[in-house]
Design a protein around this ligand. Structure first.
Ligand code: FES
Ligand SMILES: [Fe+2]
Length: 442
């Protein structure tokens, strides 16, 4: 559990809060690159509890700006994105992609007032199919985290997003809590339902894995292990937490996939999950091995039409208001443990069911929560060190530490978990000898 004070410290992300200030030390993804077309309408971006607008200029530069016009505060959402700049419709002031005022048509000809006015904009860059901003206090932003596919010269990243209506940490903790997989997602399955010798089979055979956890330069790593069909070998699930809000989850086969998930707080009670992966290596299990992929799942995970609301982007059909479309008959039948339509909806439903911000004074953590405990400790320590002494948080100035991979692997029972997987956890190495199908959907 956490004290009330610690829970507040770790969950709240507004400007001036310890965690909000910690996150502002890093680059933060805020949109999919494809959301912003040249000369697009302004998109409302709620980020760390602050209101911004995003556009792309005529020549293709993405821009993140403050919401209000520096003249008299009209919302620039109503503005015209035209010819390399955005023009407020109240009095026609126009600002270019850097925020410089380039036209002030309601002032006398010859006035130099426009040279003194700026629309606040922020450093923005694109990588991994996402658009990122630095909204922190450094004059020169830190380097971007160098996830391995970000300098892909052909630029083929797969990226997607979905919104979760709960606090960011609650959403993130689902990714670093491996024991739920055997219940929430495959609680209905018998070992024989999974391919023989697959990771999924081992997961179903033993639903109470043991854990190792390690602090790392980028955050923390865990290995969850259980027998792999015999006493001589163990199936290990490796996953990472990377500062300040990234995870690399343990699904798939270690060494064969690269991907990241960013749990970006929109505000204290809404989270945008951004995924990015190299298009060619994005992990997908063969259809025959997917557990619980049905037409129901396709419907439940379908996106509602995006609206212009601050929280109107990337909401899926299954939501709190419709009990995430739970099917009680299916749950009773034993065909599904949850009656929910597949893995994504299950994760969505459960983390949202905990309420907007879970009161962690009421929880009872067991030994299976060891990674959750470790990550909270690291986050709190980093936020406090920044607030008290200005200590630069982990990995801000060390972009290379983000070169990691996660996934599952079978190791001899006496192997050292970190030593034996050093090569497989390294980015940029191909392992053609490994078969991604080994996972069997786990
Ligand atoms: S308020 Fe925007 S130009 Fe006057
Ligand atoms: Fe899950």
């Amino acid at each position: 559990m956490l004290s009330h004070a610690d829970n507040e410290t770790i969950c709240r992300v507004g400007r001036g809060t310890p965690m909000g200030d910690l996150m502002r030390e890093y680059w933060v993804p805020f949109a999919l690159a494809k959301e912003l077309e040249p000369d697009c309408d302004p998109v409302r971006i709620m980020l760390l509890g602050e209101r911004f607008l995003a556009i792309r200029t005529t020549s293709g530069t993405p821009v993140l700006m403050d919401e209000t016009c520096p003249h008299r505060g009209a919302s620039m959402w109503y503005a015209r994105n035209e010819n390399e700049g955005i023009r407020c419709v109240y009095h026609g002031w126009k600002f270019d992609g850097t925020g410089a005022c380039v036209d002030m048509p309601n002032e006398p000809v010859g006035s130099n007032f426009k040279d003194k006015v700026r629309l606040p904009t922020y450093p923005v860059t694109e990588a991994g199919g996402l658009v990122w901003a630095y909204i922190g206090s450094r004059h020169t932003p830190p380097p971007m985290p160098s996830f391995e596919w970000f300098d892909n010269p052909d630029g083929t990243s797969a990226s997607w997003a979905f919104q979760r209506e709960c606090n960011w940490l609650q959403a993130l903790e689902g990714d670093i809590d491996t024991s739920h997989f055997g219940f929430l997602h495959v609680g209905h399955a018998d070992p024989e339902d999974a391919p023989e010798g697959s990771f999924l089979r081992y997961t179903i055979e033993d639903r109470a894995p043991r854990y190792k956890v390690l602090d790392t330069e980028f955050g923390a790593t865990y290995g969850a292990y259980r027998p792999a069909g015999s006493e001589d070998s163990l199936y290990w699930r490796f996953a990472h937490f990377l500062f300040p809000f990234y995870t690399m989850v343990p699904t798939g086969v270690l060494g064969t996939k690269s991907q990241l998930r960013a749990w970006v707080p929109m505000d204290d009670t809404h989270t945008m999950a951004f995924h990015s992966a190299p298009a060619a290596r994005r992990y997908t299990a063969p259809a025959s091995q997917k557990v619980g992929i049905t037409e129901r799942e396709a419907t439940a995970t379908e996106f509602l039409p995006n609206t212009s609301d601050w929280f109107g982007r990337f909401r899926i059909t299954a939501r709190v208001e419709n009990d995430h479309l739970i099917d009680r008959a299916l749950q009773r039948s034993g065909e599904s443990y949850t009656g929910l339509a597949g893995v994504n909806v299950e994760d969505q439903a459960i983390t949202e069911s905990m309420g907007p911000i879970f009161d962690r004074t009421r929880e009872h953590l067991g030994s299976s929560d060891i990674m959750v405990i470790r990550v909270r400790r690291r986050l709190l320590a980093a936020a406090r060190a920044l607030a008290a002494e200005g200590t630069v948080p982990p990995a801000v100035d060390a972009p290379a530490v983000y070169q990691q991979r996660s996934g599952g692997i079978v190791l001899p029972a006496d192997a050292d978990w970190m030593e034996a997987t050093a090569e497989l956890r390294k980015a940029g190495v191909e392992h053609p000898e490994l078969d991604p199908a080994l996972a069997g959907g786990a």
